[in-house]
Design a protein around this ligand. Structure first.
Ligand SMILES: [Zn+2]
Length: 84
């Protein structure tokens, strides 16, 4: 640990997870989710960024894809999260 390491509220679940899509939403649905970077409460009925992550699983006989959705309060937090 020779340099400053950022810690995000909700890090990438693993190295094999691929960021599929990040885009701003004016309104997605009712509810509040923690920003994956700074941990602030994000009102999903307001402006926020949504990120879709996929983990392809080719190992098994059944090909399946796991999905996670991360939410960010701002584009800046998306940047911070990507750099972490
Ligand atoms: Zn944030």
């Amino acid at each position: 640990m020779s340099h400053t390491k950022r810690h995000v509220a909700r890090p990438r679940p693993g190295p094999d997870w691929v960021v599929q899509d990040v885009r701003p939403y004016a309104s997605w649905r009712e509810g509040i989710t923690e920003c994956a970077a700074c941990g602030a409460d994000v009102d999903l009925t307001g402006t926020h960024y949504g990120m879709e992550l996929l983990r392809p699983d080719d190992a098994g006989e059944k090909r399946s894809v796991e999905r996670e959705r991360f939410v960010f309060c701002s584009a800046r937090c998306v940047d911070i999260w990507r750099r972490d």
